[in-house]
Design a protein around this ligand. Structure first.
Ligand code: GLN
Length: 276
């Protein structure tokens, strides 16, 4: 039987030798998950022995993680803006950058009752995070993937959020207007896709890649967004780190004066807000 600290070292070394970068953090995340402890608690009882069942579950996950299968799918959930979101290979793993998008929408919009649309909701992360902070908002969330919607609905239930989910290819099944529309669409080109780290190849390709120059979905969203926004509506888009300028140029053909770009924590342009 191994102690917590022995297992931590073992995990860290195995992960590191498989080329996993944050091997220390991941070792802590795996152990704390299966021991049902907070990360810091591992260090409060380092000599505690784990049970053989726990040890087995840890080794199973370690083996899969060493193949670069995403840790989040193995542990089954991520924390996203004060919510817990379950994830599986039918949905994109929500990213910390997207929390900034949620933050921006919340800080700009304090009205208690707004109609809000999240296009391409995936796991439901954005819509759920917003609904939790603004319970009176009326949230609609769409996706083109039936299996993503199953996961998103499940996450909404787990987080006790009433959200309307719709199967829709961008605007296809939308026939209402919204005060705020948000989207973090796929934006990776086919040619960049091949060079992504192995972890990303386990995520749904449809949620990552975009036709043309990676800007296809921005074009489609921008082309028709005015039909779905009132005259004071707001559109928020997350973009790839080198796409914000190009999306801004596209948007400026719709509404030149009211476009703002916001950076992420690494100072990459990441979020575009268009105010109509
Ligand atoms: N809206 C979801 C997210 O931001 C999914 C985005 C996507 O699948 N492109 O996590």
């Amino acid at each position: 039987m191994k102690s917590i600290i022995e297992l931590l070292y073992l995990l860290r070394n195995e992960l590191a030798s498989s080329g996993i970068q944050s091997s220390n953090v991941e070792a802590e995340l795996i152990l704390s998950h299966f021991l049902n402890m907070k990360r810091f608690e591992l260090y409060l009882s380092p000599r505690l022995e784990v049970t053989s069942e726990q040890e087995k579950m840890v080794y199973d996950v370690l083996e899969k993680r060493c193949t670069h299968y995403p840790l989040q799918y193995l542990l089954g959930s991520v924390e996203f803006y004060d919510t817990v979101i379950e994830v599986n290979p039918s949905v994109l793993i929500p990213r910390p950058e997207t929390e900034l998008l949620v933050e921006k929408v919340l800080s700009d919009n304090s009205h208690s009752e707004l109609k809000v649309l999240d296009i391409g909701t995936g796991s439901g992360a954005i819509a759920i995070a917003l609904k939790k902070k603004r319970p009176l908002w009326q949230l609609t969330a769409t996706d083109i993937s039936e299996s993503a919607l199953v996961t998103a609905r499940h996450n909404a239930e787990l987080n006790k959020c009433g959200i309307e989910f719709l199967l829709s290819d961008i605007w296809e099944n939308i026939d209402a207007k919204f005060d705020v529309i948000i989207s973090n669409p796929p934006y990776i080109t086919e040619s960049d896709y091949a060079a992504l780290s192995p972890e990303l190849h386990y995520e749904p390709k449809q949620a990552l890649t975009s036709a043309e120059d990676g800007l296809y979905f921005y074009r489609i969203i921008l082309a028709d967004c005015q039909n779905y926004l009132p005259s004071d509506g707001r559109l928020y888009l997350e973009t790839g780190s080198e796409q914000a300028r190009a999306v801004k140029d596209m948007a400026s053909q719709i509404r030149p004066a009211n476009i703002a770009i916001f950076p992420d924590l690494n100072n990459f342009d990441r979020i575009i807000r268009i105010t109509f």
